[in-house]
Design a protein around this ligand. Sequence first.
Ligand code: 13P
Length: 246
Amino acid sequence: MRRKLVVGNWKMHGSHPANAELLAGILGARPFNTDVAVCVPFPYLSETAVTLAGSELRWGAQDVSAHEQGAYTGEVSAAMLAEFGCRYAIVGHSERRAYHAESDQLVADKAKAALARGVTPIVCVGETLQQREAGETEAVVKRQLSAVIHTLTHCIGEIVVAYEPVWAIGTGRTASPEQAQQVHALLRAQLLAATPHAADMRLLYGGSVKPDNAATLFAQADIDGGLIGGAALKAADFAAICRAAE
Ligand code: 13P
């Protein structure tokens, strides 16, 4: 039985007072009978680590460099993240693929760099509306995941995968539970062909997950939790989504 995982992706939101209030709200809503993490902007990683220390809540980054170290201005290495206890790093979020032209191979290299330092990559895949309407959903997500499978080889079972249809992100237009399950089943089958551990891997759904739709999404056979954007910025909503995963 896979334990569910709910991850808040704060994106580029936050401030010292707002973070303190949000984290206090989430901490106050515990205990959760599910794994919970927040992925916060780089400057807030350290204070998040301090605030969550001693709790079962985990924290992570929203990106990581594919490089070990060196002349890469503005980048943050997996070793730096690992140094102070970072558990997760989101890689290949569609916003990074779209606005920073991240290729499938770069995303795979980032996942490899994270794993090498014991930081679990949450690898995002997902199709645009145009690709869905052209019937390309399966081909797109398989191509995105395939790059990661080929790069990580025998370590592929150690990642978390997040299916985030681009058309459902921040739009209020959630994939139906059936639509999401269909893609999750495809991804699980692709992983099963690559690793005997695929049955234990967690596949998250992301895209307009809210307290009122989370339970039906999480009830699907291959949906093992969520990657939450907007609703992760309100403690009550995020806590309600975590409850829906219990
Ligand atoms: P929303 O929940 O705001 O649609 O964002 C989803 C997402 O991109 C999480 O990574």
